[in-house]
Design a protein around this ligand. Structure first.
Ligand SMILES: [Zn+2]
Length: 461
């Protein structure tokens, strides 16, 4: 008895020591093509989002959330990287860092989510307009210090025909040669003290038809990249090179942090079937659960088979549609093999109004981080794909929206009515496989697809 109490009190102590970390971050993903960051936690979380300057980065804090490990992903282009870590043991932090010289319009950052699944959609990062600091004493005003490095202001007619950059062998000098540009005579052959960002001095020379700018660097200087940009030439740290900042002289007047409001999460709702649309007329829908019989389709985590995922979903869609007076023909309603030719032939022969194929996805290798659903069409199915996809987004807490895509799948190319193929998720995905193995989730997916089909039939009777 005593021992049992002891165990209980130890458990209680552990339990009460942990409530600061009630949720765990299960999954995150930065979609480079869409510029969007999405993440999933195992219970509800309310993120806070800030845009912070120097370097420009979006910081998303998940209070009361833990992670299994820190990670980072190099992105490339305007977004340098995405990192995940824990600034303290109660908070998980995601940081989307922009490449030097880029900024984000905080007004255009769109945040939406359900209590445990959030997506942060970023606008395309813009090249920063350099914000000029007060001029350095004595240095010509056309050589300016920016928040990201240096900027040489040129009038359009002074633009060089070519920019050549040379580095001295010891790396302590950079010569920037501007072909066809002129140095003002009063600045020529003069050296000015800079003492910023690891640049000690700048010197201007006129060499025949070319202007030469020489930067003398100290040991802490980053590696510089020189490029032609709007209104002049920008000198910014090379990708991956950190600018050295001297905090005391950093201008403090500008807001260095902007809080971006996070809307309330929307609750994914199980659609109320009694409110499903009731299309007029007697449409015929051919439903096509992929694979079957000797072909189980993709095999995923825990041996989850595609055929076992898509059949129950398809059967439930059929039931919902039939309840609404829709004629449904299924290419298979049990675990049997049907060729692709037979499937397309069935849709064409019965003169179906629409054809919907249900599949689950897989990726090769061990990549549990790949999750999400997508809807395919080939030609006439685009509107149907849009409406069904939208119905899924509204009602199912999917791990990731992989979008509506065009593809030359056999059953889409060889059917003569609007036809789509829904990939409901990845049987190989960590989150999707768990969802797809869950009958309640499959039922939600079935209801969403049925809702989409009914909406379509109502709009396009
Ligand atoms: Zn398949």
């Amino acid at each position: 008895m005593k021992l049992r109490w002891y165990i209980l009190s130890v458990l209680a102590a552990i339990f009460f020591a942990l409530p600061a970390e009630a949720a765990r971050l299960l999954f995150w993903d930065f979609d480079r093509d869409r510029n969007s960051l999405s993440f999933t936690t195992d219970s509800s979380v309310r993120p806070t989002v800030r845009l912070i300057a120097n370097p420009t980065r979006l910081v998303i804090d998940l209070p009361g959330t833990g992670i299994s490990r820190s990670a980072s992903q190099r992105v490339g282009g305007a977004i340098a990287s995405v990192r995940v870590g824990q600034p303290d043991n109660r908070t998980t932090r995601l940081v989307v860092e922009l490449a030097p010289g880029y900024f984000l319009d905080p007004q255009q950052v769109k945040i939406a989510g359900t209590p445990s699944q959030w997506t942060i959609q970023l606008p395309s990062p813009q090249r920063s307009r350099p914000t000029f600091e007060p001029l350095l004493r004595g240095v010509p005003e056309w050589f300016q210090i920016t928040k990201n490095g240096f900027f040489i202001r040129l009038r359009d007619r002074d633009r060089p025909e070519e920019i050549k950059v040379d580095r001295s062998d010891n790396g302590r000098q950079i010569n920037i040669e501007l072909k066809g540009a002129r140095v003002r005579s009063e600045d020529s052959s003069k050296t000015f003290t800079v003492d910023r960002y690891g640049v000690e001095e700048v010197r201007f020379n006129q060499l025949g038809n070319n202007a030469r700018i020489t930067l003398t660097l100290d040991r802490n200087s980053p590696r510089w990249e020189v490029s032609d940009s709007r209104g002049g030439i920008s000198i910014v740290p090379e990708q991956g090179s950190e600018i050295l900042r001297d905090p005391p002289s950093e201008p403090s007047s500008q807001a260095s942090e902007i809080v971006i409001p996070v809307p309330l999460p929307t609750q994914p709702t199980v659609p109320d079937r009694t409110n499903f649309p009731q299309p007029n007329g007697r449409a015929l829908v051919v439903l096509d659960p992929g694979h079957g019989g000797k072909d189980p389709g993709a095999i995923g985590i825990g041996g989850l088979r595609e055929t076992d995922v898509v059949l129950p979903i398809s059967l439930e869609i059929a039931q919902i549609l039939r309840d609404r007076g829709i004629n449904v023909v299924m290419t298979r309603s049990d675990d049997r093999f049907i060729s692709l030719q037979e499937r397309a032939y069935m849709a064409n022969r019965t003169r179906a109004d629409i054809f919907t194929s249900i599949h689950a996805n897989a990726v090769g290798g061990y990549r549990p981080e790949v999750n999400g659903m997508e809807t395919y069409y080939y030609s006439r199915g685009y509107r149907l794909a849009q409406i069904v996809h939208q119905a899924i987004l509204e009602t199912v807490p999917i791990a990731r929206n992989r979008g509506i895509k065009q593809a030359r799948f056999y059953v889409l190319r060889n059917t003569s009515m609007p036809s789509i193929l829904v990939e409901v998720g990845f049987v190989t995905g960590q989150i999707d496989s768990r969802n797809l193995a869950n009958p309640a989730y499959r039922s939600q997916m079935a209801q969403a697809i049925a809702l989409g089909i009914l909406r379509y039939l109502q709009q396009y009777p």
